[in-house]
Write a protein that binds this ligand. Structure first.
Ligand code: ADP
Length: 662
């Protein structure tokens, strides 16, 4: 944390909608790959199935070819024997029967002579002559001297298609005729195609015009998705083997991979949306937080109260600009600092240390006054409020202080004090003004006495000179002593007046009330004389001292006695009695001035202590106000009450000191 007002610049990031560009592109790419993968897998599966079909078809074709070749070879062996003339009659029939038995697909085997007339047949009754297309095939076989197939043709049974194999027979180069083996193509398929292949595929044999010759479709017609067609390599006949798988194209959805990919993609989109929302919420919260921070910073910067936070070790963790200004130091010189702080005044170091020890012990004073030293050395009086810093988990992490610069307050207080002092001085002057006439009268007596003593002494001297006699020192001495005494008395009076009036700082000292009253008794007497008031004092013996400024207490007493005396000026002369008494009660020394004057009316009592309130024609109305502030200054209180014998009792009490003054 720091107190600088500049907002912290965030590191450079791709801003605005661009922020989303890269993640969105990546997600799109990821989705594309996710969808491409199963498609690719499907493609591969399709290719694989197709290849499998081709391989199987090849195998079937070879099986058919093998079967046909086997028949061809059996026929060739028979043909060789016939050509050699070794077979005939029943033996031939037996051989033909065996051939039919071994080759289930063989419908019949016949022997035709060179003129295409039937010589022998495995079936009874066989066709007696070769038909035209068959004869063509036989002719071609004869011409090429090799076995040869004829184009397939329809058999006697419905949907029966037959394929003839013509084997020409020669003896000594002479054409003997042809052996013709007839294959039933449907049976050929049934016999040669294994069941497992027929289970998955529709197998058909087609002629050169793609017309169906034979078909095996155990598991229904093919779907036309995976097909293969290849020619059976038969000399003289074009027969195609066509396979058509009953399997359809691999479906996309049941595919486990596709399912998981779709699920994954959906999950991804859902979590992305959730993430997107979360980020949007976070951004909004961050925005609100930034605004709040800006608001808080502005608030802290505008504060005139200094703020300072410290951790539990007393390390400064935060200061606001007002605090920096107060101590004249930048935040950099304050943050992280531990005591002694750079703003501690050397003269108050002990107090700071003591208070810091209390803070470390977890007992910070909640509110106190102290002084800070600014960088330029100026002392700043401050009022500090301490409060514990508690984090969001409720843990006590340090202390927060708010600091008020009370220089102005102190200045006003000082000004007030000076004004009060001036007022008191003025009040003293006023009091003296009133008694100055009496003072003149009082001084008159010693001066007149001095004058008469010195005149008497001069007369003694004059007479001695006239008579030419020596001066009698015994005559002069008493007169001069009296004159000196009177002069001392006059000087005493003038000194006390001077002391009373001069401006001075209050000085507390141990004061005994007895001595206090005695010190100003002459002045009180002067007041009393004017109105022929009788004075009475009752000071309790062993009265403890009070700690006070003598002059201020003298003034309080003089004001109270003057008011009491003046209150009795219209009272019958025999009741004009003023009593000054002092007692000790519950640790307090109580001084009372009791008169038997006119008393205080309730409306007067209300405003008694207000400044400039007076019921007297020439009164200033300052006396009681000054008295009260002087008594309160000493930690006491000034009260008044009605005197049961008529008149008023003004009293004040001050905290008693331990021992009475010797
Ligand atoms: P001042 O004496 O100049 O009038 P003070 O403040 O001393 O001013 O007194 C204010 C007023 O209180 C007086 O004018 C008077 O009416 C009243 N007062 C003070 N002391 C007494 C007293 N002992 N008895 C009756 N009235 C009093």
């Amino acid at each position: 944390m720091n107190s600088t007002s500049k907002p912290v610049r965030p590191p450079f990031v791709l801003g605005g909608p661009w922020r989303w560009l890269l993640p969105v592109l990546l997600v799109l790419l990821f989705l594309a790959v996710l969808f491409w993968l199963p498609w690719q897998a499907r493609q591969m599966e399709t290719t694989e199935r197709q290849e499998q079909l081709i391989a199987d078809t090849l195998w079937v074709e070879q099986t058919i070819r093998f079967e046909l070749t086997r028949n061809e070879e059996a026929l060739a062996a028979l043909g060789a024997e016939l050509a050699a003339g070794k077979l005939g009659g029943a033996a031939l029939q037996a051989r033909l029967a065996t051939m039919l038995k071994l080759g289930h697909e063989l419908e019949q085997v016949r022997w035709f002579d060179a003129d295409a007339r039937l010589l022998a047949s495995s079936a009874e009754p066989g066709a007696q002559v070769l038909r035209a297309p068959a004869r063509d095939a036989a002719e071609m076989a004869r011409a090429s001297r090799l076995g040869r197939y004829a184009e397939p043709y329809a058999g006697a049974l419905p949907a029966q298609r037959l394929l003839d194999y013509h084997l020409p027979l020669f003896r000594d180069g002479r054409y003997l005729g042809s052996l013709v083996a007839t294959v039933d193509l449907r049976i050929l398929l049934d016999e040669t195609v294994p069941w497992w292949f027929a289970q998955d595929n529709a197998i058909s044999l087609l002629d050169r015009d793609d017309a169906l010759l034979a078909k095996r479709a155990a598991a229904g017609p093919g779907r036309g998705v995976y097909t293969h067609k290849r020619a059976l390599d038969l000399a003289g006949a074009s027969v195609m083997l066509a396979t058509d798988s009953v399997k359809s194209e691999p479906r996309l959805l049941p595919n486990l991979l596709v399912g998981s990919v779709v699920l994954l993609a959906l999950g991804l989109v859902a979590s992305l949306t959730a993430l997107w929302r979360h980020i949007a919420r976070r951004l909004a919260a961050e925005g609100a937080l930034r605004q709040q921070m800006a608001f808080r910073t502005a608030m802290e910067n505008s504060l005139v109260t200094g703020l300072r936070a410290r951790d539990l070790e007393g390390r400064v963790t935060y200061v606001n600009p007002a605090f920096c200004q107060m101590v004249g130091l930048p935040p950099g010189e304050l943050l992280g600092k531990t005591p002694p702080m750079p703003y501690w005044a050397p003269e108050a170091m002990a107090v700071y240390q003591q208070r810091f020890a209390a803070v470390l012990a977890g007992q910070a004073t909640q509110q106190f006054e102290t002084i800070f030293q600014r960088k330029d050395g100026v002392r700043v009086p401050v009022l500090i409020f301490e409060a514990p810093l508690v984090d969001s988990d409720g843990r006590h992490t340090g202390w927060m202080s708010s600091i008020l610069d009370i220089s102005d307050l102190k200045r006003v207080e000082e000004l007030n004090r000076q004004q009060q002092e001036k007022l008191q001085a003025s009040a003293r002057l006023a009091t003296m003004g009133e008694i100055s006439s009496m003072l003149a009268h009082e001084l008159n007596q010693p001066l007149a006495a001095i004058a008469s003593y010195t005149t008497g002494a001069l007369n003694v001297l004059g007479r001695a000179r006239e008579r030419g006699q020596a001066v009698d020192a015994g005559l002069l001495q008493p007169a001069l002593e009296q004159a000196s005494l009177q002069a001392q008395r006059a000087g005493q009076i003038i000194r006390s007046v001077h002391e009373f009036v001069k401006k001075r700082e209050p000085q507390r000292q141990q004061i005994g009330i007895q001595a206090l009253v005695e010190g100003i008794y002459a002045l009180i007497e002067l007041q009393a004389l004017k109105f022929y008031v009788v004075l009475e004092t009752h000071i309790a013996p062993d009265l403890p001292c009070v700690s006070a400024d003598r002059m201020m207490l003298e003034q309080v007493l003089l004001n109270l006695t003057r008011n009491g005396i003046e209150a009795m000026q219209d009272i019958a002369p025999d009741r004009r009695l003023l009593r000054i008494s002092a007692t000790h009660e519950q640790g307090q020394v109580c001084v009372a001035v009791t008169d038997q004057g006119h008393g205080i009316a309730p409306e007067v009592a209300e405003r008694l202590f207000s400044r400039f309130f007076s019921t007297k024609p020439e009164g200033m109305g300052m006396g009681l106000s000054v008295c009260r502030s002087a008594v309160e200054f000493h930690g006491g209180s000034l009260k008044h009450a009605a005197n049961p014998d008529g008149g008023t009792i003004f009293s004040f009490s001050l905290p008693a000191q331990a021992a009475p003054l010797e």
